[in-house]
Design a protein around this ligand. Structure first.
Ligand SMILES: [Zn+2]
Length: 280
């Protein structure tokens, strides 16, 4: 077997202050959800739960390429999952099919005016590809392999994909350019969430919406399942948002909340949805 690089010895880990309020929680006790060398902290000042010593962008790209870890995690989770939990999952999926074909696409069509749309953390361009013809999709993706796939999709429809971290990527787009933005399964990965929101506001037109889908750390499954909750992923999930902390960072970075109702943060769902907008 090939020898794995040990991230502890690379010296590239970062000590992180609370990304929501800036407090240094170095002296606080690690949360019970810490695992191996990865230290989870609950901010003593604002309550945000976050990974204190994330791997650097470069390291994530090389060692923990999303496409590799997600496969491993899915297999592990399947093995550990109880029959009861499997049943709940089947019901959730069935409910999804009855209620909606694709919540993200439905929300886009309801809230996004026609024009250029950016998907921050676009992966292989799966969402870009599903957006209606009236949208010109662009994206940002840190994984080289995935961004190449996404670029083909964006290019064919007049957009482009930036390969690299979101802070650099957002700077590469024009001010007031996009009519809407998407962050789906991305905001839990971002080590600089406040800075990213501030940069997204810059490239959105006044009044343009931003749709966020993110795991809800406050959900019932996390409380019941504990460390086996599907929202834990080490070290690639670095922020564990709750309705309260998500709402706070959105408002503090200058967005207005358009929709964040009980159905968007339903306690039995592992994820929550928030629609914000740049003030008109
Ligand atoms: Zn804090």
């Amino acid at each position: 077997m090939e020898k794995q690089t040990d991230p502890v010895n690379t010296g590239k880990e970062i000590h992180r202050l609370c990304p929501l309020c800036g407090a240094d929680n170095a002296k606080e006790k690690p949360s019970v959800y810490s695992k191996d060398q990865w230290i989870i902290k609950k901010c003593a000042r604002c309550g945000l739960v976050y990974l204190e010593n994330p791997a650097s962008y470069e390291e994530l790209e090389e060692i923990y390429a999303w496409e590799k870890t997600s496969l491993q995690v899915t297999e592990e989770k399947k093995k550990k999952e109880s029959a009861l939990r499997r049943g709940v999952r089947v019901i959730e999926r069935y409910k999804d099919r009855l209620v909606r074909r694709d919540k993200l696409i439905d929300l886009a069509e309801k809230y996004f005016p026609a024009g250029p749309v950016i998907d921050v953390g676009c992966g292989g361009g799966e969402v870009l590809d599903r957006l209606d013809k009236r949208y010109i999709p662009s994206g940002i993706e840190v994984s080289k392999q995935l961004s190449r796939r996404a670029q083909k999709i964006a290019e064919s429809r007049g957009g482009r994909v930036f390969c690299g971290n979101a802070l650099l990527g957002l700077d590469s787009f024009e001010k007031d350019f996009f009519t809407a933005a998407i962050m789906s399964a991305y905001f839990e990965h971002e080590t600089a969430p406040r800075e990213v929101l501030q940069k997204i506001i810059r490239i959105l037109r006044p009044g343009a919406p931003l749709v966020i889908k993110v795991p809800n750390y406050g959900c019932l499954n996390r409380i019941v399942m504990g460390q086996k909750w599907c929202g834990f992923r080490y070290p690639d999930h670095v922020n564990y948002w709750t309705p309260k902390t998500l709402n706070k960072i959105i408002k503090e970075t200058g967005f207005e909340i358009v929709r964040f109702n009980f159905g968007d943060r339903f306690p039995t769902s592992d994820n929550m949805w928030l629609i914000a907008r740049k003030p008109a």
